[in-house]
Design a protein around this ligand. Sequence first.
Ligand code: CTP
Length: 427
Amino acid sequence: MTHPSDSTTTPADAARADLHGRHVVLGLSGGIACYKAAELARALVKAGATVQVVMTEAAEQFITPVTMQALSGRPVFTSAWDTRDVDGNANNMAHINLTRHADAVLVAPASADFMAKLLHGRADDLLSLLCLARPIETCPLLIAPAMNREMWAHPATQRNVAQLRADGTHLLGPDSGEQACGEVGEGRMLEPEQLLEELIGFFRPKPLAGKRVLITAGPTFEPIDPVRGITNLSSGKMGFAIARAAAEAGAEVTLVTGPVHVGTPRGVRRIDVRTALQMADAVIPLAPTQDVFIATAAVADWRPATLAEQKIKKNGSKVAPTFELTENPDILAAVAKQALVEGHPFCVGFAAESHDLLKHAREKRERKQIPLIVGNLGPATFGRDDNALVLVDAHSHRDLPPADKLTLARWLITDIAQRLQSTETPL
Ligand code: CTP
């Protein structure tokens, strides 16, 4: 059998993969969202996990174990009476053995019926049995509900959700939107890539638990007339990666972004703005409630002093129009000034330079009066998926080697969390 990741994954990729070394029991209960579980199994394997699929009888009505075996690369378990060995253990106790080396059980889809069963600790099929028999301290249970909106909203289901949470079960979703039945509402299962992101985040350390992090990202767009404006090539990717890394680290994250085409990381509150003034209006009142402020946005330094209400026409003229520009507020400097008085948020700036990176980053850090600035060589990195950074504080600098932006973002967030901790630890 050809393993799904064989053609695309090198050993080096595998070692870098987010779920490398993780063993996940992927449980499927009955629901049309089972078709998404196929893609999920593939994504988990590509992310480096070993995936052991367990299916209920109802799940087999929607998708076959053959498909799930092909995608996970392992035989699928469907029955509590299955006598096959698990990890070389021939004691005929699949319901025990399946979770003894698992890092998590993820039930996706979790039907309303399956959730009700979990709640009562019922164990009349292999999947519910192994959920009950798993070592609760070392093998967390995550479920991705999938059901019709009326079933989800029903008081019985909502009661079950509350009790499952109280019992330590982690709910992923559900999402809201169009459902297989044709109705629209809350109850559809998260998409495979969203579940993957949730699971990766779940396993990450949580050094920013209980902290609030505010981030700016992307370019700003300064209108000249209704159809034109001044902007720049910032893609927002670095800021969005930092937002994801901060959320993975357990922070409550607010991301204020200019116009970009990047998906919002899971669990991040996103505020869309267009101009520097709008960005300042969104950020400055929020900043005093935050523990960390990270300014990655490429804010336009200048905006047209006046906005033409109608499109500026050539009207046969050969003379190009001229614009008067006026300076935009420096959002980072304003927040940093307040932070000097209040003691928070911890402010982090970005400096995109074309040359003399360290020198300019040092000067910029002092000018903005911020404890930390992150230098990178732009514009070569705008829009790319990888980058290299240098962290500059009042005493020294530290190079973060070239890597993809999410890896760099995680290093940066770990660094910031350590700085926060050391300022909070009494001497
Ligand atoms: N910044 C901001 N508001 C502005 C301008 C910049 O918050 N109006 C923030 C950016 O998000 C970034 C840092 O300040 O964190 C960049 O500083 P800036 O002085 O704008 O850098 P450059 O534009 O690169 O400056 P220069 O043209 O002097 O190199």
